[in-house]
Design a protein around this ligand. Structure first.
Ligand code: GLN
Length: 283
């Protein structure tokens, strides 16, 4: 029994080695195992490794393109102006990329697709007014924080909702996958209903149409949305206090360090303040 198993295994290894292409003689046992584990039997492991390394070099620290995943529905951090995505995060990351000798490429996607895109390597960094949370830290690594933020409550003028405590039992609109969604979901236990929208602006539209009682969203986009519409107000008391950071693939300490070094320099020379000042006027 044991003997036939050994023969079977030897046969399997031979097949695997053959599957690795013409370089099979150079293929070591360790590399064969690695190729099998990763499911990569289409190319010689050596070739595959060289390719991966080359790609890594292109998107990592020196030269090349730094791809940023964002959700351009979040003014003033990221939004469309004509065909261009502009905003605080875009400008900060363009300045960071410049410090790193790289060029920034922005990719717009749904907010809840950003972390998966970082994990799969589709983008190098997520910059999307993204709040640092313990839950997200399990999937991505965060840079130093670059902004303080709060979840605020938007209601119609004349609403009976005067603060966070009044949200109990109400219908609350949030943007899918955001911290507003996360924390309001806890309120479901108290009888509140949560309506999740793909865009924060859609939640505000629903509020204007009386489909929901309140919107919980980050303070800065809240200000922009309320300014754009009639009859809405932001409640004074914040729902939560949070901090924004950039997110990168878990374990990519080199990229975190490079972004942090750039952020520190841009903070020291006043660039960060200058960028924020362009979009947010002090009250
Ligand atoms: N700060 C919120 C979060 O991280 C919302 C971010 C966003 O909608 N872009 O969930």
């Amino acid at each position: 029994m044991k003997k036939s198993l050994a023969i079977l295994m030897a046969a399997m290894m031979a097949v695997t080695a053959a599957g690795c292409g013409s370089k099979q003689e150079e293929t070591t046992a360790a590399q064969t195992t690695e190729a099998v584990e990763t499911g990569d039997t289409t190319a010689a492991p050596e070739d595959a490794e060289t390719e991966a390394e080359a790609e890594g070099e292109e998107t990592a620290a020196t030269g090349g393109v730094l791809t940023m995943g964002t959700n351009a529905e979040f003014p003033p951090y990221e939004y469309y102006e004509g065909g261009d995505i502009v905003g605080i995060d875009v400008e900060i990351m363009a300045a960071v990329a410049k410090e790193m000798g790289m060029e920034l490429q922005v990719e717009d996607m749904a907010f809840d697709s950003i972390i998966p895109a970082i994990s799969s390597g589709k983008v190098d960094v997520g910059a999307a007014g993204m709040t640092v949370t313990e839950e997200r830290k399990a999937s991505v690594d965060f840079t130093n924080t670059y902004a303080k933020a709060s979840q605020m409550i938007i209601v119609k003028e004349g609403s009976e909702i005067a603060g966070p405590a009044d949200l109990e039992g109400k219908v609350i609109g949030v943007q899918l996958g955001t911290t507003g969604d996360l924390y309001c979901t806890d309120l479901e236990e108290t009888g509140s209903t949560i309506e999740r929208y793909n865009k924060g602006f859609e939640a505000v539209q629903a509020l204007l149409q009386d489909k929901i009682d309140a919107v919980v969203i980050d303070g800065e986009p809240a200000k922009v949305f309320v300014e754009q519409s009639e009859g809405l107000k932001i409640l004074e008391e914040a729902f939560t206090e949070e901090e924004y950071a950039m997110a990168v693939k878990k374990g990519n300490t080199e990229l975190v360090d490079n972004i942090n070094a750039a952020l520190e320099k841009l903070e020291a020379d006043g660039t960060l303040d200058e960028i924020v000042g362009k979009y947010i006027t002090a009250e």
